[in-house]
Ligand binder design. Structure first.
Ligand SMILES: Cc1ncc(COP(=O)(O)O)c(C=O)c1O
Length: 407
C-alpha cells in the first residue's frame, strides 16, 4: 500500500550570524594564502552576471589576454577552473598524463608530492626525483635522471610553499626537459607574478596557479595555461580523461567558444579579472621588484631580531618565508598567540618546526611588513623567547629604505 504520510520536517538549527563569528577587526592575512585582496577585487567579487552572456564573453577574452602577459606566453590555450590551485594542477595532469605516460616528478616537498600522487592515481609510470632537505634540484642530477628514466613528462614546482624551498634553476631544468622531448608541467601556485616565470622562453608546456596567492584574488578560481605543443597533444589524444569537469576539451567550450561547460564561478572570475588588471597596471617588472624588496627586508628584519630562517639563501623562496620555531615552542602556539593577541595570521607548516609568512601580492606592502614583524617579535617575547624587537624593526626599515634608494 502506498504510504501517504508526510515526513516530518525536522527543525532548523539556530546558527550564529557571521557578524558574531568574524572578528570585529579583520585579521591581517600574512600566512601562506589566502592573502588580502585589494578593494577593487573584493568589489568585483560582489557581482553576479550571466555566465554565458556577451558581457561575460568580453570579460573572459580579457582574462585570457591578461593571463598571457602574466604567464608570459603567446599560447592562446589559457583556461580557468572553478576550484583550488589543486584543481588546476589536476586539470593539467589529467589532460596530459595517462596510464602509459612515464612521468618524472621532481619533489621538494608536500605540493610537488601532490603532483606525483595525482599522476600515480591516473596509473602513470611515476619516477620520483627527490631533492635534498631544504635544497633545490641540481641541473646535472635532473639531466641524469631524465637520461635514466626516459620520461615523457616532468612535473616540478617553482616554489615549494610547504617548506619554503625555491627551484631557482627552473629555467635551465625546463629547457633541458624540452631538449629531451619531455612535456613539462610547472606548479606556480605561490610564485606567479611574484617572480619571473617565462613560460614560452623557458619552454614550459603547462603552468598552473591559484587565485589566492601571488595574484591577490580570492580562492576558488584557478588558472592553467597550456603551450601549443601541450594543446596539440590534448587534441590528438586517443583516450578520454576520467575527470569530466577537468577535461580541457570540454572546458574549451566555455573558455574559447562562448558556450556551456558548467556554470562558471562568475563572481570569482570577475575578481580574477580585477586582480589581473591590477597586475597589468603595475607591470611585472615593478611587481617582481616590490616582492623582492619586501621579502628581503622582512627576512633581514626577522634575522636581526634573533630568529633563524629555515632554508639557506641559495634555495630560499621569497614568496613565502620559513622561520624556525624555537625548540621550546610549537608553531601552533606561535600562530595562535599572534592571531589572538595581535590580529595577524601566519601559517604553521606540514609537520616541520617552522612558521611561514607570506610575501605574495598585497602582503608585500610596507605597512603589512611592519605590523607583521612587530607582532611576531611581541609574540615571541610574550612566549618567553629573547628577541631584539627594536633591532629587527630597525633592520626592516633600513632594508626597505636601502632597497628603494638602490632601485
Ligand atoms: C605550491 C603550491 N601548490 C599547490 C597548492 C595547492 O593549492 P590549493 O590549496 O589552492 O589547492 C599550494 C597551496 O598552498 C601551493 O602552495
Amino acid at each position: 500500500m502506498e504510504d501517504t504520510t508526510t515526513p516530518e520536517i525536522f527543525s532548523a538549527p539556530t546558527i550564529a550570524s557571521l557578524n558574531d563569528i568574524l572578528p570585529a577587526e579583520p585579521l591581517l592575512m600574512m600566512g601562506a594564502g589566502p592573502v588580502p585582496v585589494p578593494d577593487l577585487v573584493a568589489n568585483a567579487n560582489r557581482n553576479v552576471i550571466n555566465h554565458l552572456g556577451a558581457t561575460m564573453s568580453r570579460i573572459i577574452g580579457q582574462v585570457k589576454e591578461m593571463s598571457q602577459y602574466v604567464f608570459q606566453t603567446r599560447s592562446p590555450w589559457i583556461m580557468g577552473v572553478a576550484g583550488p590551485g589543486s584543481a588546476a594542477m589536476e586539470m593539467a595532469i589529467a589532460n596530459l598524463v595517462t596510464r602509459d605516460t612515464r612521468v618524472l616528478c621532481v619533489c621538494n616537498g608536500y605540493f610537488s608530492h601532490r603532483m606525483a600522487e595525482m599522476c600515480q592515481r591516473l596509473g602513470a609510470d611515476v619516477g620520483i626525483l627527490q631533492s635534498e632537505e631544504k635544497s633545490q634540484i641540481d641541473v646535472d642530477r635532473f639531466v641524469a635522471a631524465i637520461e635514466k628514466f626516459e620520461p615523457d613528462c616532468i612535473t616540478i614546482v617553482q616554489g615549494e610553499t610547504s617548506n619554503t624551498t625555491f627551484n631557482r634553476q627552473l629555467p635551465a631544468l625546463a629547457r633541458e626537459a624540452k631538449k629531451k622531448g619531455c612535456i613539462t608541467i610547472v606548479d606556480a601556485v605561490c610564485t606567479l607574478s611574484t617572480m619571473p616565470l617565462q613560460m614560452d622562453d623557458w619552454g614550459i608546456d603547462a603552468v598552473i596557479t591559484g587565485g589566492q596567492k601571488g595574484l591577490s584574488s580570492i580562492p576558488g578560481v584557478s588558472l592553467v595555461a597550456f603551450s601549443e605543443r601541450a594543446w596539440d597533444r590534448i587534441q590528438n589524444r586517443t583516450w578520454t580523461p576520467s575527470h569530466w569537469c577537468l577535461d580541457a576539451l570540454l572546458a574549451e567550450n566555455f573558455w574559447h567558444k562562448g558556450s556551456y561547460h558548467y556554470t562558471a564561478p562568475v563572481s570569482g572570475v570577475l575578481a580574477l579579472h580585477e586582480a589581473l588588471r591590477l597586475i597589468c597596471l603595475e607591470g611585472l617588472q615593478a611587481r617582481f621588484l616590490r616582492h623582492e624588496r619586501c621579502s628581503r627586508a622582512l627576512q633581514n628584519g626577522v634575522q636581526a631580531m634573533g630568529l633563524k630562517l629555515y632554508v639557506p639563501e641559495e634555495s630560499r623562496l621569497n614568496s613565502v618565508i620559513g622561520i624556525e620555531a624555537p625548540e621550546t615552542l610549537s608553531n601552533r602556539t606561535i600562530c595562535a598567540t599572534m592571531s589572538e593577541k595581535y590580529q595577524v595570521e601566519i601559517s604553521g607548516s606540514f609537520g616541520l618546526p617552522i612558521v611561514r609568512i607570506g610575501q605574495m601580492g598585497e602582503q608585500c606592502r610596507a605597512q603589512n611588513l611592519f605590523r607583521t614583524l612587530h607582532a611576531l617579535g611581541c609574540t615571541m617575547r610574550d612566549l618567553g623567547i629573547t628577541v631584539d624587537i627594536p633591532r629587527g624593526m630597525g633592520e626592516l626599515e633600513s632594508s626597505l629604505i636601502g632597497a628603494k634608494t638602490q632601485g
